[in-house]
Design a protein around this ligand. Structure first.
Ligand code: TYD
Length: 213
């Protein structure tokens, strides 16, 4: 098994930044190198997570505090039932959204206190923290246009205002600034191949750093 097995990589960013596509591309490359890869997402990734996803994304009068608990309940179950077992088996786990989404959306977007979100996040993750987080960063207007162009039913979150998205983006950038070793900013305005190349450079650097140990 390659030495970098059992690692946890998270893709973060506003809706419309291309996280899902890029996660798929990274998974293909890692598999080609011989890694066993598990792809998952939040909210979702387990039965409880998918149930919470349906409530959170579709219930129009859910308040931010209640919504936070649903995201965290989903996360606690996802970590316990899917992420930790896969990491223990030596798989590389790729996850679309994790802890930083709650800081960016519930704290940055909705203004809930950071200290509360941080401690609830720690409780839900139970020590399971990402080794590498790729923050796909994109101008909010461009991200909103990409969401509109997608031929999907809009979720409640995708209808949030530009001001909300601006706060979310700023919160993400603050996280990246405060944890530069874990969180790498990726310019998501470039074409898909160029975004993939940036992401792959970060993953290869992480693999090489591990091999030097
Ligand atoms: P989703 O349809 O999965 O959007 P995307 O495909 O862009 O990830 O919806 C997830 C929404 O939930 C997204 O707008 C961000 C939001 N969210 C939070 O507000 N807090 C969280 O902790 C998580 C995991 C997601």
């Amino acid at each position: 098994m390659p030495r970098w097995a059992g690692r946890f990589i998270v893709f973060e960013g506003l809706d419309g930044t291309g996280k899902t596509t890029q996660q798929g591309r990274a998974a293909r490359r890692l598999r080609a190198m011989g890694f066993d890869v598990v792809e998952t997402r939040e909210p979702g990734g387990s039965a409880v997570g998918e149930a919470a996803r349906q409530i959170v994304l579709n219930l129009s009068d859910l308040n931010p505090r209640a919504e936070t608990f649903l995201f965290l309940a989903a996360r606690a179950h996802h970590v316990h039932a899917a992420i930790l077992p896969a990491l223990k088996k030596g798989s590389v786990v790729l996850c679309d959204r994790f802890l930083d989404s709650t800081v960016a959306y519930q704290h940055g977007g909705h203004g809930l206190p950071l200290a509360a979100i941080d401690s609830m996040n720690k409780f839900a993750a139970n020590g399971c923290l990402p080794d590498l987080t790729l923050l796909l960063d994109l101008d909010i207007e461009k991200a909103a246009r990409r969401v509109q162009e997608r031929d999907e039913r809009k979720t409640r979150f995708e209808e949030e205002s530009l001001a909300f998205r601006r706060r979310v983006r700023e919160a993400y950038l603050r996280i990246a600034e405060s944890e530069p070793d874990r969180v790498k900013i990726v310019n998501a305005a470039l074409d898909e191949d160029a975004v993939e190349a940036q992401i792959w450079t970060h993953i290869e650097t992480a693999i090489a750093a591990e091999d030097r140990r």
